[in-house]
Design a protein around this ligand. Structure first.
Ligand code: HEC
Length: 86
């Protein structure tokens, strides 16, 4: 049993780290031009917004972000990244 748990931890930790890294990469590709590297450009502060709110903003119905063509996986990664920004 403990061996099984160890394997689970060993497998899942890098997966979490890589989701965070791809969220950051996705952010700089798709969002930073308008929202700034820190998510605080202009009057809109998105840094620290809940992942649920970011996901909603990226569902394809909020101009001007209707045309970003992100997959559900990319949205989830970037939403978690934005929620963790300070
Ligand atoms: C073309 C410029 C542009 C790009 C690219 C863009 N945004 Fe936006 N975003 C805006 C503008 C402008 C608003 C404000 C819209 C409004 O208030 O009606 C906004 C609003 C938001 C909001 C809602 C903020 C609030 O308080 O209601 C979130 C969350 C958000 N953007 C996240 C993102 C994320 C994450 C990305 C990248 C995947 C992204 N945006 C890409 C311009 C952009």
């Amino acid at each position: 049993m403990s061996r099984f748990l160890f394997a689970l931890v060993a497998l899942s930790t890098p997966a979490i780290a890589s989701a965070a890294a791809s969220g950051a990469a996705q952010y700089s590709t798709s969002c930073a031009s308008c929202h700034g590297a820190d998510g605080k450009k202009g009057n809109i502060v998105i840094a620290g917004e809940s992942a649920a709110k970011v996901t909603k903003a990226l569902d394809g119905h909020t101009p001007p972000m209707t045309n970003l063509k992100l997959t559900a996986e990319q949205i989830s990664a970037v939403a978690n990244y934005v929620a963790g920004m300070k």
